[in-house]
Structure formats: C-alpha cells, structure tokens
Write a protein that binds this ligand. Structure first.
Ligand code: NAD
Ligand code: ZN
Length: 360
C-alpha cells in the first residue's frame, strides 16, 4: 500500500506574511460560536509589538503557553479544550503561533474540540473519529516539519505518540521567516537539526523512495548552506532557507519514515522531558552504524556553529531509567522496521537499545 498523503490546504510564504492573518481568518470566523482561539508560545507574552499584530477580536481567546521544560502533554490539550468549551463555546478555529510544540497543541486541540474524552485515547494512527475545527499553524522557529505533517505529537500517561490522521493536517500555514529572528542560537541549531536528521533518517531505511528523495535532497542542500561554510549562521537569508528546509524535510519524512535516532529521542523526551531537537542531536552524535558519514557531517556542523552538545550524560542515568527509555523506544516498531527491516524483531532487542543509550 502506498501512502495517500494529505497536504496542507493553503500556504503563504514570505517575510512579513504574518500580517495577512487577519484577512485569512475573516472568512472563517462565522463557523460554530464565531470566535478564534490563539495559542501563542510563552516567549511572546511580553513582546507587545508582536502581540499587537495578532488579530484578536472581541470574542477571541488568546492563550500564552509555556512549552518549557516539557513538551505538550495530553493533559494540557484536555484542559485547554474543556476550559474553552465551558467558558466560551465551540471555536470557529484554532491558530498555533510558535514552534513544533505549539503547532502540535493547535493540531491536537482542533481534533479534541470535536472528539470526546481524553486526547490520550487517540494517540496512534487513524483513531480520531470526527474531523476537527479549522486550524492554522504559524512557525516561529524552523525545523520540526510540524507545519506540514499528519501528526500532532503528545506525551500521554503511557507514551509519547502522535494523533495521526488526515484531519490533523493544517488548513492553513503561514511561513514568515522574520518571526524566527529571535530564537536563541543553541535552540536554533537543535530544532534546525531536526530537519537535517529527518532527511538523513528518511533516506536510511527501506521506505525511502523518489518522492521522499526529491524533497530531502533540497532540504539537505539548504541545511548545508545554512550550517556549513562561510555563510553559515543565523542570518535573515538563512532564516528564509531554514523555513523552507523544514517544510521540505517534513515532506520528505512524511513520505518515508524516521528511524533509530527518533526512537531514542522519544525515549529521552518521555523519561526526562528532553526537548525533541536537542534529544535528537544527543542521539545522532553516536549513531555512526545507522547514519555513516552524516554523523561526521553533523559533528562538523556542531563545531562550525559553536554549539553546546554535552557528553557522558548516561553516567548519571540509573539502570531503571535506561530500561524505561529502551522500552519506549522499542515500542516504536514502524521506526525500527524502516531502519532495520521487516525482520527487525529477530535482529534487535531492548538490550541493544540500552547499549545505544549507554553511549550518550
Ligand atoms: P518548541 O516549540 O518546543 O520551542 C523551543 C523553544 O524555542 C521554546 O523555548 C520556545 O519558547 C522558543 N521559541 C520559539 N519561537 C521562538 C522565537 N521566535 N524566539 C525566541 N524563542 C522562541 O521547539 P521545536 O523544536 O520547534 O518543537 C519541538 C516539538 O515539536 C516537540 O514537542 C516535538 O515532539 C514536536 N515535533 C512534532 C513534529 C510533528 O510532525 N508534529 C515533528 C517533529 C517534532
Ligand atoms: Zn523530529
């Protein structure tokens, strides 16, 4: 069976494109109880000049959400949905303005406004029963590909896993590279590397194909321009390029699969709350047998951009924490099937995964 991939309905791209949001929303406002919910990264809560540009109308709800130190949880989504429904009614739409965390909150929130019970019931593929409400994503940091993916990744009581279905995909995305100008350098790198790693993982496994390759090649070319050579660094031109690299990396990944690095990263996020991009970098640095020369290229990018990437973390981890992470990672069969093959279970054990964690 080939992937029948649902794309984002509409995309606006360009520096300053954010100011089109008011026009874009005006035709959506009459649905349901006629108001919008804006979910905005906490970083912007005191950035008045930016807040003034968000088209919040009288009945709208604006929520600044703190995604540090933990990434979005099912509990947060349920609370958001329950409070808004009780106090304001059913929104016409939900707009996420922030990184992968905030965009995933908007995607999951959209679905949970129309589906009953806790969002933890829907972690998995095609478990959502009804379409959600209108939802738009506006990245303020580039790399995750959450702007175009079919999934909204949440940490629940038992697992870190996405709500994945056609209805998860955004109706509208606004790509305005200027919004990313203020990202702190290490965070810029960690999240930026998410797209590099998506492309390398997509091409390093059995589900790789030409569709995935054409997007991945372009994204990797942009990553090399952004993170290596004399033009490397966080410049306005590179912010433009990284926003497109993120989109293309997401499209490459969506039509292939991630592998060992993301499996290890999910384990760390679940057990320690380690941020996704950072956890990927920590793992990727030690996965030569899966990703070959790309690991050397990654190390070079770390060096050229003067990025902090701590070593010897596992010396402070207990055996119990390591086996808990390995359990989470092992239970992502689609990733191992991609990386190792259909017979991965006969070749790969929880102990092999523990060994990888002990290298970190
Ligand atoms: P993030 O959203 O967690 O944000 C990282 C940090 O950057 C936060 O401290 C935030 O406040 C800050 N920040 C964001 N924009 C800023 C700006 N313009 N200026 C200054 N600071 C800013 O980071 P992320 O790496 O984009 O997202 C990680 C999340 O995305 C994880 O929850 C992960 O599971 C998810 N993810 C989802 C998908 C998907 O397909 N849905 C793919 C990959 C990752
Ligand atoms: Zn990722």
């Amino acid at each position: 069976m080939f992937n029948n991939f649902k794309n984002v309905d509409k995309i606006v791209y360009g520096r300053g494109a954010f100011d089109q949001l008011d026009d874009i929303l005006s035709v959506q406002r009459h649905h349901n109880d006629g108001f919008m919910v804006f979910v905005v990264d906490h970083y912007f809560h005191d950035k008045q000049e930016f807040i003034n540009r968000i088209p919040v109308k009288e009945k709208d709800v604006i929520r600044f959400m703190d995604v540090d130190p933990k990434e979005p949880t099912t509990e947060q989504i349920d609370e958001l949905r329950d409070t808004v429904l009780a106090e304001n009614g059913l929104p016409a739409g939900i707009i996420g303005i922030g990184g992968g965390s905030i965009m995933d909150i908007a995607k999951a929130g959209s679905l949970m406004f129309t589906n009953e019970g806790s969002s933890s019931l829907y972690q998995g593929l095609n478990l959502v029963k009804k379409p959600g409400i209108y939802h738009a994503g506006i990245p303020t940091i580039s790399g995750t590909g959450a702007e175009c993916s079919m999934t909204a990744v949440l940490s629940g009581p038992e697992k870190k896993l996405g709500l994945k279905c056609d209805w998860t995909v955004f109706n509208q995305v606004i790509l305005d590279p200027d919004l990313t100008a203020t990202v702190e350098k290490n965070q810029w790198f960690y999240t930026g590397m998410d797209t590099y790693i998506h492309c390398i993982e997509a091409e390093s496994g059995q589900f790789f194909n030409t569709y995935s390759q054409v997007y991945g090649d372009q994204s990797l070319k942009l990553c090399r321009e952004i993170f290596t050579g004399e033009n490397a660094g966080q410049t306005p031109v590179n912010n433009e390029k990284l926003m497109m690299a993120s989109l293309f990396g997401g499209l490459s990944l969506t039509y292939s699969e991630v592998g060992a690095c993301h499996a290890l990263s999910y384990g760390m996020s679940f057990v320690f709350g380690t941020k996704h991009g950072y956890a990927n970098c920590l793992a990727f640095n030690h996965l030569e047998e899966f990703y070959g020369d790309a690991v050397a290229e990654f190390k070079d990018m770390v060096k050229q951009n003067n990025i902090d990437l701590p070593q010897n973390l596992s010396k402070d981890w207990t055996d119990e924490q390591i086996s808990q992470m390995a359990e989470i990672a092992y239970n992502l069969p689609h990733m191992w099937r991609h990386a190792i093959g259909d017979d991965w279970e006969s070749k790969w054990t929880r102990q092999d995964i523990e060994k990888l964690y002990r290298r970190l």
